[in-house]
Write a protein that binds this ligand. Structure first.
Ligand SMILES: [Zn+2]
Length: 287
């Protein structure tokens, strides 16, 4: 299963907008996810730690995450959101590596939503103060009344294949030997397939026809809140023109080279197991 998927929570959307039902859940039985800012606290067994609502800062906004076997689960919005890319935070990755899959998914979702709240305290329309609404799945402006909803940004990540070889790139500033699938944000006015074709053309000069793009799998990525959409496409051309602003290296790898690298003995350092790029490359090798 892909990392950050498989959360055990029932999102219980029917409760979010029902003030009385929500208030009825906010009692001593409710669970509060133990977070230090955005970092999870773990038990001695390496599981997510939970406390009760009594431990929440009285001024903190609370997000209703959902129900876990009938128990209401909440998370408090931290004073500050994620101002730095936490991907570079090895301590957090060590913590996350110990979590069972379902708990990692629960943490990832909670992290995305509380981080969004922390970074959206003011209205994008009028600059007024916003307050939490719908159990934390909306913010509403106190000045102009505009509603704001949690963001999920679509990012395509694509396996580009030509004549049995795979196109992989090394991003700016990545360590020597680290290669992964090309990726990029879908822009307003684009279909998923058009986004894939544009990104690949921009980064590599390789031509793909949108009609040849196929969806493979997706993964929520909580840094801060992307939906990674994994695709596969056969390329029309194989002559590479590298985008020097985005990539330090880009080249074609044979199936044997990709397989060897995934098992740790190939010509490049494969993406980490938690990333959908690893899943996609394994999917390609096993296909
Ligand atoms: Zn407003």
């Amino acid at each position: 299963m892909l990392s950050f998927t498989g959360s055990p929570l029932d999102r219980a959307d029917n409760i979010r907008g029902d003030k009385d039902a929500l208030a009825g859940l906010m009692n001593w039985k409710a669970r509060l996810l133990a977070l230090d800012g955005l970092t999870p606290s773990l038990t001695d067994e390496g599981r997510l730690a939970w406390t009760t609502l009594a431990d929440a800062d009285p001024d903190a906004e609370l997000v209703f995450l959902g129900l876990d076997e009938g128990k209401a689960c909440f998370a408090a919005v931290p004073p500050r959101g994620d101002s730095a890319p936490r991907l570079a935070n090895p301590a957090l990755w060590d913590l996350m590596a110990t979590l069972p899959t379902a708990e990692l998914a629960l943490y990832g979702g909670a992290r995305s939503i509380v981080d969004w709240h922390a970074r959206h305290r003011f209205c994008a329309q009028c600059g007024g103060t916003t307050r939490i609404a719908k159990g934390g799945w909306q913010r509403t402006c106190e000045n102009c009344g505009a509603d704001h909803f949690p963001r999920t940004d679509p990012v395509t990540i694509m396996l580009v294949e030509h004549d049995g070889r795979m196109l992989l790139g090394r991003g700016k500033g990545w360590g020597e030997g680290r290669f992964s699938a090309l990726a990029g944000f879908v822009e307003p006015g684009e279909s998923l397939e058009e986004g894939v074709a544009r990104e690949v053309l921009e980064e590599s000069g390789i031509v793909i026809r949108p009609k040849n793009v196929r969806y493979v799998a997706s993964q929520p990525w909580p840094f801060p809140s992307q939906l990674m959409i994994g695709c596969h496409a056969f390329a029309e051309t194989d002559d590479i023109t590298r985008d020097e602003t985005e990539l330090d290296e880009i080249r074609w790898f044979s199936r044997d080279e990709v397989a060897a690298s995934l098992s740790g003995s190939g010509p490049f350092i494969a993406p980490p197991k938690q990333a959908i790029a690893s899943y996609l490359l394994n999917w390609w090798i096993e296909r």
